[in-house]
Design a protein around this ligand. Structure first.
Ligand code: DX5
Ligand code: ZN
Length: 226
């Protein structure tokens, strides 16, 4: 994949119908999703539980674009190979997941997958300074991870801008995750983010029976930025 900073929308299937993942993934892609964002939670690093490697493997054949797997798990290193084998295109781990995020990124790169590093809202931008050369993406959490539908933290806009400056001209995406909607999307884009995760703002009001609503919701985010 060639690198560019055009705005990408990555719907989080955490907000999809859990009895219908294949159809939901096809619906958001047909309606213009750029990536598919998969939120993996362990009930320990975050207070919620979601998808193990077999679930991610089951999603894989339905994803035609790019499967972006956000690991909210600790420890994380022991599970990297399993999520790579399940078919992730990008694996993102949290900088707070253990004492050795540098080793974690090396392990992700060793699988041949793209590597991302995520920061919780309380973690400073500088935490990724010496990790950037091992990264394809920095994920700035704009809510406390664990649940969809939470309110966006405006304090994180300054962090996005700082990370954008640290990156300089290196080919590294900045992703934002949490509370992204047509009101907050222009703010994160202006601060320097280029990959926008959105759960509730994409899925609200739609279903596999009325997938055009997903398209309208994504269009509203793109129009707010443009
Ligand atoms: C939060 C997850 C997000 C979440 C975003 O822990 O990482 O991906 O699903 O949901 P919204 O867009 O509803 O805030
Ligand atoms: Zn996420």
């Amino acid at each position: 994949m060639d690198f560019d900073r055009k705005i990408r929308i990555a719907p989080s299937i955490l907000s999809a119908d859990f009895a219908n993942f294949g159809a939901e993934i096809r619906a958001i892609e047909d309606q213009g999703a750029d990536w598919v964002h998969v939120d993996v939670m362990d009930g320990h690093f975050v207070p919620n539980l979601t998808f193990g490697p077999p679930a991610v493997k089951a999603f894989r054949p339905h994803v035609k674009t790019f499967m972006d797997v956000h690991l909210m798990i600790a420890p994380v290193d022991a599970y990297i190979d399993a999520y790579a084998e399940a078919g992730a295109d990008m694996i993102t781990a949290h900088v707070e997941a253990g004492p050795h995020p540098h080793r974690t990124l090396q392990a992700i790169r060793a699988t041949g997958k793209k590597a991302g590093i995520a920061l919780n809202p309380g973690t400073p931008a500088e935490a990724v300074d010496y990790l950037l050369d091992l990264c394809d993406m920095v994920l700035v959490m704009t809510v406390n991870p664990g649940f969809g539908g939470q309110k966006f933290f405006h304090s994180q806009l300054d962090k996005i801008a700082r990370i954008r400056a640290l990156i300089g001209d290196r080919p590294i995406h900045i992703q934002v995750d949490g509370g992204v909607d047509p009101t907050t999307a222009p703010l994160v884009a202006k601060a320097g983010a280029d990959v926008l995760v959105a759960g509730s703002a994409v899925f609200k009001g739609g279903s596999v029976a009325s997938p055009d609503v997903y398209g309208t919701n994504m269009q509203a985010i793109r129009a707010a930025i443009a």
